[in-house]
Ligand binder design. Structure first.
Ligand SMILES: Cc1cc2nc3c(=O)[nH]c(=O)nc-3n(C[C@H](O)[C@H](O)[C@H](O)COP(=O)(O)OP(=O)(O)OC[C@H]3O[C@@H](n4cnc5c(N)ncnc54)[C@H](O)[C@@H]3O)c2cc1C
Length: 362
């Protein structure tokens, strides 16, 4: 999220500095992002707007975010010369379990059109033609490359510990190394956003363990949402199999039994997957808010903004969220109807509702 926002702000002429807690400089990204549990590195890369509940406004936002992707990824590729592997492959969603939310309202196409010969019981699945995928690691590397090319400062290994408003209406940022002042600060610290002192962003981590196997190219051709796990094919043949969803704080341990269970569940869907050993396994921390709504917009402290809480869908939502936020931050627009349309209204206590509906443009 932070790098998407930095790119948008830079393109609009703002001077941007990104503070990154881990040592995730562009060159060291693969090593440090994984160790840090960065969600953008850990993710599977599904771009699935069809699974959102209509009531929260997130469904409209997610559809708009999916519509934004082709242009976003093409521009980033042009700007950096790097390929993000954005693939319009569609999704097959099981009518049971994890895929069921995506199935509602979707069209049921003939099985023969799916061209997915390895899938067991294809009649249990529905094709969702508009849910695609991207290689989120390539995307992240392209965003790092954009920053490097455009001289956006990324201060790696520099943890922000506190934000405070100053009497001169600037924001004082305290990092582990230094203090300085700025007119605007955006908290885009993912699952860690709630740990920055001086302001309360209601975000906590939800751990996800995930694995991949190396299969022949095109063993499967769609994202497949099964009853227990999903499968996301990469263009080099790797298949990402995910993911657990755990309330385990920032515990980054990988549990071999969970990995083995997901691998076995994938092999029930596509038996050939059982023949390939696990190539890699890792985990990341999704930024979760109790309402499932992201915190995107101004906070109650003037000059401090939030860009967090994208939970399970930040790869899909971040590019458009960054575009909308940047437009208001640099004063190009007063408002974002799209961001304001996100609302929390599920019958919770009024004070909770106020808390989560706080990130609104006036
Ligand atoms: C297993 C898994 C699978 C997923 N699959 C998908 C998917 O298929 N599709 C999808 O759309 N989404 C998916 N997601 C969700 C998606 O990855 C997240 O929603 C998204 O990456 C959140 O982006 P973020 O920038 O808020 O957080 P992150 O990507 O975690 O980035 C936060 C950054 O802030 C840094 N940071 C933290 N604290 C500080 C601090 N105090 N000072 C400075 N820097 C700090 C961290 O080191 C990190 O680099 C998945 C997530 C997981 C874990």
């Amino acid at each position: 999220m932070g790098l998407c926002l930095a790119r948008e702000l830079h393109a609009a002429g703002a001077r941007v500095v990104v503070y990154e807690r881990s040592q995730a400089s562009p060159e060291q990204l693969p090593v440090h992002a994984a160790a840090a549990g960065m969600a953008a590195w850990a993710a599977a890369g599904m771009l699935g707007p069809s699974g959102f509940p209509a009531a929260s406004g997130l469904q409209d936002f997610a559809r708009a975010a999916a519509g934004f992707y082709p242009d976003f990824s093409a521009s980033l590729e042009r700007e950096t010369g790097m390929h993000c592997d954005y693939r319009r492959i569609g999704t097959l969603a099981s009518r049971h379990g994890m895929g069921a939310a995506h199935v509602a309202g979707s069209e049921d196409h003939a099985n023969s059109a799916w061209n997915e010969p390895q899938l067991v019981q294809p009649e249990d699945y529905v094709l969702i033609p508009g849910d695609h995928a991207v290689d989120n690691r390539k995307l992240l590397q392209a965003l790092c490359q954009y920053s490097r090319k455009n001289k956006i400062a990324i201060q790696a290994g520099c943890e922000v510990v506190e934000l405070q408003p100053s009497p001169d209406r600037t924001i004082q940022i305290r990092t582990l190394r230094e203090r300085f002042h700025t007119r605007h600060a955006v908290i885009a610290a993912g699952a860690w956003s709630g740990r920055i002192a001086g302001i309360q962003i209601p975000i906590v981590p939800r751990k996800g363990q995930i694995l991949c196997v190396q299969a022949p190219v095109d063993l499967i051709r769609h994202v497949i949402l099964g009853a227990e796990v999903y499968l996301v094919p990469r263009s080099d043949g790797r298949i990402i199999i995910g993911a657990s969803l755990e309330d385990a704080g920032f515990d980054a341990r990988i549990v071999p039994e969970i990995i083995a269970r997901m691998h076995a569940a994938a092999a029930v869907m596509v038996p050939a997957i059982g023949e390939f050993p696990v190539l890699d396994r890792w985990c990341g921390f999704r930024p979760y808010s109790e309402t499932r709504l992201p915190c995107l917009g101004p906070t109650h402290i003037p000059g401090i903004w939030a860009a967090s809480g994208l939970f399970r869908d930040g790869i899909l939502l971040a590019p458009l969220a960054a575009h909308e936020l940047a437009g208001v931050l640099i004063g190009r627009r007063r408002n974002s109807d799209l961001l304001n349309s996100l609302h929390f209204n599920d019958g919770a206590a009024p004070e909770r509702r106020r808390e989560y509906n706080a990130y609104r443009f006036q």
